[in-house]
Design a protein around this ligand. Structure first.
Ligand code: C2E
Ligand code: MG
Ligand code: MG
Length: 282
């Protein structure tokens, strides 16, 4: 069942002995995940975001990692879906939001200009009624100004639950927090919804950037998104930028910001602090 779901839900799969092994591994990982918060095994890496016109750092995105005792450093693709399905994600998400805001506050105190901090919000967090209160309380307890925080919600999550999501996002905007639509271009946004969404930024999905070297199609899509964004007064950020050629094209297309390995890999807070200090000194 999980294999079919991973492939996009519509399909079928035959039983093989490997599936039993995979299922057993999943159960083990889920058990470990239950203990991970208490054992303090999560950490955040941070990736800078850069203004295309000036090269200035405008923000950093927090990306969760799980330091598993046997398996090493695990990336979100290995555990977020399991955390969602086992109901653990809201608790983990709460830890992530608090840790990211605390780190941002520390940078502020050290006089390190990181712009704003981006935190990814999981589907289950958006679905719950307490996201607004949680955000307000976290900002208060970490003493982080609201305009330093940007929440990233994927286009798919918003569209699955637009009727409930819109008032919730409105309330978050009222707090003074910025909101970005993540993985934009993959979630079948209805344009009428886009007009009503209280968002500040569209983050174009990496898949469009990956195809930029060859065909015109991705160029046309990015150009169309930039056009829509301009009409709705939104900023456009492009993710997954890996080459100088992509930077040149994206600049020509009128995108505002970028994030990707070309500029900087995600890294632990200590390393990023050194990186930001180096940028400030330069
Ligand atoms: P996302 O929010 O779209 O994050 C961007 C992903 O692209 C990150 O992967 C980042 O490491 C990767 N990336 C950045 N630059 C490049 C590049 O130039 N090339 C390529 N190929 N990849 C690049 P990561 O950290 O593995 O995260 C994957 C996804 O997991 C994220 O996608 C986000 O949806 C989710 N995620 C990550 N951290 C969190 C979190 O704290 N909470 C929640 N709910 N979801 C998270
Ligand atoms: Mg993101
Ligand atoms: Mg994304």
């Amino acid at each position: 069942m999980y294999q079919v779901k991973e492939g996009g839900r519509f399909g079928f799969a035959f039983y093989t002995p490997e599936l039993t092994q995979k299922a057993a591994e999943r159960v083990r990982l889920e058990n470990d995940l239950h203990k991970a918060l208490d054992l303090d095994q999560f950490q955040l890496h941070y990736q800078p975001q850069v203004e295309l016109s000036s090269g200035r750092i405008t923000g950093v995105e927090a990306l969760v990692r799980w330091q598993h005792p046997d398996r090493g450093l695990l990336y979100p693709s290995a555990f977020i879906a399991i955390a969602e399905e086992s109901g653990l994600m809201p608790r983990i998400g709460r830890w992530i939001l608090h840790a990211a805001c605390q780190q941002a506050r520390q940078w502020l105190e050290e006089g390190i200009d990181f712009g704003r901090i981006g935190v990814n919000i999981a589907a289950s967090q958006l679905r719950r009624g307490d996201l607004v209160a949680l955000t307000r309380d976290t900002l208060a307890s970490t003493a982080l100004p609201a305009d330093k925080l940007e929440l990233e919600v994927t286009e798919g999550f918003i569209m699955q639950q637009a009727a409930e999501a819109i008032p919730r996002l409105d309330a978050l905007r009222q707090l003074g927090v910025a909101i970005a639509i993540d993985d934009f271009g993959t979630g079948y946004s209805s344009l009428s919804y886009l007009k009503r969404l209280p968002v500040t930024r569209l983050k174009i999905d990496q898949s469009f950037v990956r195809d930029l070297k060859a065909p015109q199609d991705s160029c046309a899509i990015i150009q169309a998104i930039v056009g829509i964004a301009r009409n709705f007064n939104l900023q456009v950020m492009v993710e997954g930028v890996e080459t100088a050629h992509q930077v040149t094209v994206l600049r020509q297309l009128g995108c505002h910001e970028m994030q990707g390995f070309f500029f900087c890999q995600p890294m632990p807070a200590g390393e990023l602090t050194e990186f930001l200090e180096g940028q400030l000194a330069a």
